[in-house]
Design a protein around this ligand. Sequence first.
Ligand code: ADP
Ligand code: MG
Length: 255
Amino acid sequence: MAVATDTRPWTPDQPIIQLIDVHKSFGTFEVLKGVSFDVKKGEVVCIIGPSGSGKSTLIRCINALVPLTSGTIRVENIEVSDPQLDKLALRRKVGMVFQQYNLFPHKTALQNVMMAPIHVLHQDKREVEERARALLKKVRLVGKEHSYPGELSGGQQQRVAIARSLAMLPDVMLFDEVTAALDPETVKEVLLAIRELAEDGMTCLLVTHEMNFARDIADHIYFTDRGVIVEHGPPDTFFSAPSDPRTREFLSQVL
Ligand code: ADP
Ligand code: MG
């Protein structure tokens, strides 16, 4: 039975994201086999694990891009699995950045960042423009406001995509391997933008293959394999003394 969206106010001492026994199948193939964890406000949580282990599916379930098969996901007081889910309310709280930045090619960087607040939230154009310029500054793209995506490097486009997500003023940011498609020299600038965001106190849930970055930035690491969380812990313990053979094998391949 679906639990109705809780109308009580969410308070910051409660988890900002909560997953309880989340299962997801595509047909008969069970991709997530009972995943539970919490993310607290201001925390930076990294999910790592082999390709195909269900990391993207997990992230997409949190943003209701993929419906759950069973279990519960809450973001603040929004019950994501509620059939009456207000997707717009959820998307205002949860920003998401993907590997593919998918900017509108015929819009400038500034226009890309301004689009959703204006066309989805119908906010005042002048205010949105001011915010968009500030966000582009924050991701170090001053001077690129009027550039089109085709005139920007992959790393610059991905930073526009980050600014675009932030323009909705989300409470939580989800990142799914956002540097995986980038040239090595532009990876750093994107990781720096995420780091600064995290240092500003943004709650971040990241899927990443950048182990050094995860070690540096994360408050907590989850290692997934074949749809389950195999092991988790603070980065110090996780990287220096992984206890599960699957974690050890994975780390031996990527470190
Ligand atoms: P990861 O991000 O860890 O690489 P994914 O969540 O993308 O893993 O995928 C986990 C498994 O689910 C893979 O075997 C993938 O082929 C499968 N899968 C993902 N999305 C779909 C879908 N829409 N339909 C069917 N199978 C899917
Ligand atoms: Mg993935």
